[in-house]
Design a protein around this ligand. Structure first.
Ligand code: GLU
Length: 421
């Protein structure tokens, strides 16, 4: 980890490099170098003991050139404005690379939600929603789940917004419970997309899916679902981790049993999972440098950095998390010939099905799960092919290819609209 890691600077570096490869002048994309709008809010919450605690929240809208801003809300003790700005920019690029009609936004509250009771979490969510209410809305900016937020939290956001409006507005938020207008397939969509992208790159590189060794950092919504689906596809999941530590087994872990253990309603952690023969405990750091075919970082930013990049043994990295690789690490990995499917493509499955959810909400119509999953797959493979072609055309990395496809789309939209007034 570099001392002053700033994810927004990280984003800018990659943006500049890709824009230069596209032959753009800085003037062409200067509006992408800062967010359109940044809102910082105070979130006071009356705790269960009657005392008031004040939390800090943000909502950043990076670009609306291609449509309403779109992106999740994160609850984490390390949330800060530079992180939210970077995450918002990555959403603009992500929506553009998979060609859905959105710009990018992101929100966050600096809070460790594991320290809050359910009622406190609900009050925090409602107050935060009230504070960002003037800038969100189905035509304006549509939040969704991210780290430590889920369907239940989205339901509270939807209700709060609707109470202010005086009528129910399902399309203000995606990733809601199905009963409140959520979409089938949304909760698994990001992990499913990671699975599609893993299979796609394996095909392209001529590596059989069966028995491919996969290591996954993070067993939350993204990593956990990817593990489950790749296991079903016949991959060998040899290492996994969560914030408490990880497990390793060269023969492959029993993912079904572990998934069951972690998702049985109580807050179970991998460190409590009973060891069986051939299974050893590893740390999160060890997981990243395990001898594996595919590494899937599916936790937070800045995990693959200057300290560990040289030791990474994977042949392929699929970025399930947003921004897991620093720019310095990226260069080292590229020199080592590691193929990286970048975050803005690899984890776009979530926002793609969010888009389907929003479309269903606007039309007051529902799609079945088969249609959702099939359309998601088609959309992601099309995007993968476009990125692959751009990568070959420009003799670049997949990250540069993805950024070039995305920047080109945003810049074209921006030019056609021109600058107001
Ligand atoms: N938080 C997710 C992401 O980073 C999903 C965003 C959305 O569905 O709007 O892509």
């Amino acid at each position: 980890m570099t001392m002053q890691y700033n994810p927004f600077d990280n984003m800018l570096e990659v943006l500049d490099k890709a824009a230069a490869m596209l032959g753009l002048d800085e003037q062409d994309y200067i509006t992408l170098k800062s967010p359109e709008r940044e809102l910082k809010v105070q979130v006071p919450v009356v705790m269960d003991d009657g005392k008031t605690k004040v939390f800090e929240g943000y909502r950043v809208q990076h670009s609306s050139s291609r449509g309403p801003c779109k992106g999740g809300i994160r609850y984490h003790q390390d949330v800060n404005i530079d992180e939210v700005k970077a995450l918002a920019a990555w959403m603009s690029l992500k929506c553009a690379v998979v060609n859905i009609p959105y710009g990018g936004g992101k929100g966050g509250v600096k809070v460790d939600p594991s320290n809050l009771s359910k009622d406190e979490l609900k009050r925090l969510t409602r107050r935060y929603t009230a504070m960002i209410l003037p800038i969100i809305g189905p035509e304006r900016d549509i939040p969704a789940p991210d780290v430590n937020t889920n369907a239940e939290v989205m339901g509270w956001i939807m209700d709060t917004y609707s109470m202010f409006k005086g009528y129910t507005v399902p399309g203000v938020v995606t990733g809601k419970p199905i009963e409140l207008g959520g979409s089938l397939g949304r909760s698994e969509a990001t992990g499913r997309g990671v699975m599609f992208m893993t299979k796609e790159i394996l095909h392209r590189l001529g590596i059989p899916v069966l028995n491919t060794r996969i290591s996954i950092q993070g067993m939350g919504n993204v990593g956990g679902t990817a593990a489950k689906l790749l296991y079903k596809e016949g991959c060998r999941i040899i290492a996994i981790s969560d914030m408490s530590g990880g497990l390793h087994c060269e023969e492959g872990l029993n993912i079904e049993a572990i998934y069951e253990f972690l998702n049985n309603g109580e807050r179970f952690l991998l460190k409590d999972y009973p060891l069986s023969e051939g299974v050893t405990r590893i740390t999160n750091e060890e997981l990243l440098t395990v001898d594996t075919d595919v590494l899937i970082p599916a936790a937070l930013e800045n995990q693959i950095n200057i300290k560990n990049a040289a030791d990474i043994k994977a042949k392929i990295i699929i970025e399930g998390a947003n921004g897991p690789t620093t720019t310095e690490a990226d260069e080292i990995l590229n020199r080592k010939g590691i193929q990286i499917v970048p975050d803005i493509l690899a984890n776009a499955g979530g926002v793609i099905v969010s888009y389907f959810e929003w479309v269903q909400n606007i039309q007051s119509y529902t799609w079945d799960e088969v249609k959702i999953n099939r359309t998601l797959e088609m959309n992601m493979i099309k995007a993968f092919n476009e990125v692959w072609d751009k990568t070959k055309e420009k003799n670049a990395t997949l990250r540069m290819g993805a950024y070039m496809v995305a920047i080109d789309r945003i810049v074209k939209a921006h030019k056609m609209r021109s600058i107001f007034p």
